[in-house]
Design a protein around this ligand. Structure first.
Ligand code: AHR
Length: 637
């Protein structure tokens, strides 16, 4: 390591402390991080996903130029049994009176997620799967249109095969449009089945096909997270056994993936599936932390098969072997050789080299019932037996304390689980009253993963309280090995959880004050913690500071949170760190307690950088502003 041996007096702490938690809540996947522009591309929307939804939700039927034709739902001989519903266009007559912008024909039009944002000169990859159901081939016009129906770009395709085939076209808009729509118009007589109608920007994050929306992925990458937990949250165990997240439905060709309702009451199309999650983690330098259900559903499940205490459903014992095999198969899929059964599925998707898989989570804040315990024990035994090198993350239930919490921890201690996942959403006052929560945790038992936390708000006050709390996590980085804020992403107008790290619409991203705090902490992690090096002139128990050393770079990092309304002076004696420079940069987030960023004022709150200098005795003196968070990185010379 470049930094060399850490100076004496340091306590080793987790070098993977701060990372991300991704859950498909608030349209974080489809309509969010996943770059697909067509909504309901596979015609699988259904009332069971959301009241009022049907296979043509988000699609309009169009008969232009006095054409005669019909749109129906098809289900026989689909592309794949996992993708059972498709659209059937039946064109009886193509009209001779092209009254709307010169168009005649029968077709469908999709307006994406509140419109499709497209840019002049950029390329967009259009594709659909089609099967001819008539004798005569069918000609198609594919167009991107503005809100008035004016063509931005277009192209033609001919469907001539009676077998499902993929047809592709590249579209390049001549002008930009914030709210385009995609027209798929049959322009000759005939009958054709259509499915997987897709439009993808060429410019995804790192140019990946079937990849991530570039700007959103970029702000995640800029956090430099050490890990990413996915795919949830309560979405993992679902609100009933039939609704648990089955990773096998999310891999393989996208047209073979089995969409389902997610617990937040919309569709997860699984275009963003396990392959894409692992690849994205690698692309942003984060360890992949998949979480699988522990054989029981969410603590709030309803339904008729309730056997695990209040609102919990459990997989029947006779089905548990198959379920456990699914869990083991995931590990083989991720890290098994390309010629293993599941490694070959990964390899067929283009990834011959195994992915890195160091951690696996089993369970997400379930009610800790006997049914949970029995199934959790079976799953963990199987993982231990087959993959002893994989670190197991268990759960302490849905709360920060109480009976479930104690039982969850007790089970984990008994079974020797590596890490226990804790979740809590609390107000800033609670955070500030509990800065020392982990000081007294047992250093001999399992480590802690604070997998979900937030202080119910996106104002400066929340961000500063979270920073003070995170300083407590860093101080306890010998027992707290990972922590991730939640939830991560929220689409404007589709938000089920009001406090989130990043808000977005089709064009804009609003980074919250909480985001800036997470960025300061993720960008500046260390692996040794030094106690008592920062002192304050003001007596205020809420003033918090930490000093860490990053042995990969040799840099020293100080973090200070001041959740109060009085400024203070801080003094840091860094003379024990040899070889560090005397000039440093200070990153400061400050403001009125209720200051926030909004779509109208997205940069109201942000970090500013100011230079600071150590004196000849390697002492740093710094004026700590009221209601602020500061990070100072002193680089090795
Ligand atoms: O982050 C939102 C939800 O909060 C998660 O799905 C769940 O784990 C927690 O209750």
């Amino acid at each position: 390591c470049q930094g060399g041996e850490p100076p004496v007096g340091g306590k080793p702490i987790s070098s993977n402390l701060f990372g991300l938690f991704f859950e498909d809540i608030n349209y974080a996947a489809d309509g969010g991080l996943y770059a697909e522009l067509v909504q309901n591309r596979s015609f699988e929307y259904a009332p069971a996903m959301q009241k009022g939804w049907h296979p043509f939700t988000c699609w309009d039927f169009l008969r232009a130029g006095y054409s005669i034709g019909y749109l129906n739902v098809g289900t026989s001989e689909p592309i794949h049994p996992n993708n059972p519903t498709y659209a059937v266009l039946d064109i009886e007559l193509v009209g001779a009176y092209p009254e709307i912008r010169g168009l005649s024909g029968v077709g469908i039009i999709n307006s994406g997620f509140d419109g499709m944002p497209v840019n002049q000169g950029d390329q967009y990859f259009f594709s659909f799967f089609a099967r001819l159901l008539s004798e005569e081939p069918v000609d198609f016009l594919i167009q991107l249109q503005d809100t008035k129906g004016k063509a931005l770009t277009g192209g033609t395709l001919k469907v001539a095969s009676g077998e499902w085939q993929k047809y592709e076209l590249t579209l390049t808009p001549e002008v930009s449009c914030d709210s385009a729509a995609l027209l798929v118009l049959a322009q000759s007589k005939g009958k054709v089945a259509l499915d997987m109608v897709s439009l993808f920007p060429e410019k995804t994050f790192m140019g990946r096909r079937n990849g991530m929306r570039a700007d959103l992925a970029q702000v995640l990458a800029e956090l430099q997270p050490r890990f990413m937990r996915f795919p949830g949250g309560c979405l993992v165990h679902g609100d009933g056994i039939s609704n648990i997240y089955d990773w096998k439905n999310t891999v393989g060709p996208v047209e073979h993936r089995k969409a389902q309702r997610n617990i937040w009451n919309y569709q997860q199309g699984y275009g963003l599936g396990y392959f894409e999650f692992f690849q994205f983690c690698e692309d942003i330098g984060a360890a992949a932390v998949p979480v699988l259900p522990a054989g029981v559903s969410c603590q709030n499940s309803g339904g008729t098969h309730v056997i695990g205490g209040a609102g919990q459903q459990a997989i029947c014992m006779e089905d548990m072997d198959a379920y456990i095999q699914d869990v083991l198969d995931l590990i083989e899929w991720a890290k098994g050789p390309a010629d293993s059964k599941w490694g070959s599925v990964r390899a067929a998707a283009g990834r011959v080299q195994p992915f890195n898989l160091e951690y696996i989570g089993i369970g997400n804040e379930e009610k800790i019932t006997p049914e949970f315990e029995e199934r959790f024990r079976m799953i963990q035994n199987a993982i231990r037996e087959n993959y002893p090198e994989v670190k197991l993350i268990g759960t302490s239930g849905p709360f920060s304390d109480g009976d479930d919490f104690e039982r969850g921890w007790e089970i984990s201690r008994k079974l020797g689980i590596d890490i226990v996942d804790e979740h809590y959403y609390k107000g800033p006052d609670w955070m500030l009253a509990n800065l020392h929560r982990y000081d007294s945790y047992d250093r001999e038992g399992p480590k802690v993963y604070l997998g979900e936390y937030a202080s119910w708000g996106n104002k400066i006050l929340n961000a500063v309280a979270e920073a003070a709390y995170m300083i407590g996590l860093e101080r306890n980085g010998d027992v707290v090995s990972m922590a991730s804020y939640a939830p991560l992403l929220a689409r404007k107008g589709n938000t089920q959880w009001t406090t989130d790290l990043i808000f977005f619409d089709n064009r804009n991203i609003v980074l919250t004050p909480n985001y800036y705090v997470q960025k300061m902490f993720m960008n500046n992690q260390g692996d040794y913690y030094y106690d008592g090096l920062v002192t304050f002139t003001t007596e205020d128990p809420l003033l918090s500071a930490s000093t860490v050393y990053d042995s990969t770079t040799g840099d020293v990092i100080i973090k200070i949170a001041n959740p109060g309304m009085n400024p203070s002076k801080a003094r840091a004696d860094l003379s024990g760190f040899k070889g560090i420079g005397s000039d440093a940069q200070c990153f400061i987030l400050r403001g009125a307690p209720d200051a926030e960023n909004t779509f109208d004022a997205p940069t109201n709150v942000h970090t500013v950088t100011v230079p600071v200098r150590l004196n000849n005795a390697a002492v740093l003196e710094y004026e700590v502003p009221a209601m602020s968070v500061t990070t100072i990185r002193i680089k090795k010379e």
